[in-house]
Design a protein around this ligand. Sequence first.
Ligand SMILES: CC(C)(COP(=O)(O)OP(=O)(O)OC[C@H]1O[C@@H](n2cnc3c(N)ncnc32)[C@H](O)[C@@H]1OP(=O)(O)O)[C@@H](O)C(=O)NCCC(=O)NCCS
Length: 198
Amino acid sequence: MPIIIQPAEESHVLPITELVNLFAAENLMLPRTEESVRQTLADWLVAVDPDAGPNDPPILACGALVPLTETLVELRSLAVHPSQQGKGLGGHMVNHLVQMARERGYHQICALTLREQFFVRLGFEPVDRWSISPKVWQACIYCPKFHRCDEVAVIMNLVENPQTATHPLARPAGWNTLLRWSEWQPLKLAYRQKQAEI
Ligand SMILES: CC(C)(COP(=O)(O)OP(=O)(O)OC[C@H]1O[C@@H](n2cnc3c(N)ncnc32)[C@H](O)[C@@H]1OP(=O)(O)O)[C@@H](O)C(=O)NCCC(=O)NCCS
């Protein structure tokens, strides 16, 4: 029977954590805890072999979506078991995660990766890492490689005009008075204001 890509289930929490942390130990991705995987289980896909025996790996690949804003989602923790790499499974996982992002109404999907060409071949475009501000604020600051990051940012538009399109789950205008990240302005430093007043 062919490999099946499906939503992750509770029994996959430990195998996902082990697969991700196998590559995290090589500094290829960020480590995950069982707890963090369990809490976000609805956002994970796994690849399984229905004919797998007790000595086979319980999952062959995994990957997750991490919402960054209402319209931007990150593809994170993509990992293919070493025995299955180079056979197209990673590409299938990305395509399924992109489809899941579309179905959830996101306008753009991004990733930080050391495998730029792998993502480019799948339809992503390289972009300036710092243009993905929410990613930087939410996760990168906790990364041990923050000050020597060697990853490339890639992005794919899921709708025609991602900047202007309305999210299907968008709340009415004015529901939240907090500024969106794209509207943030540089802080005006107090001492400069004081100097200006003198
Ligand atoms: C990166 C990773 C997810 C790719 O998964 P994969 O299953 O090996 O990916 P694919 O097989 O779809 O593609 C890998 C390469 O094999 C080639 N390939 C695709 N189908 C193939 C096939 N049937 N036979 C041989 N090669 C094939 C692709 O051209 C691709 O080349 P590229 O790397 O130059 O783009 C996987 O290598 C992995 O888990 N790496 C360790 C963890 C990691 O780095 N994760 C971070 C990813 S952001």
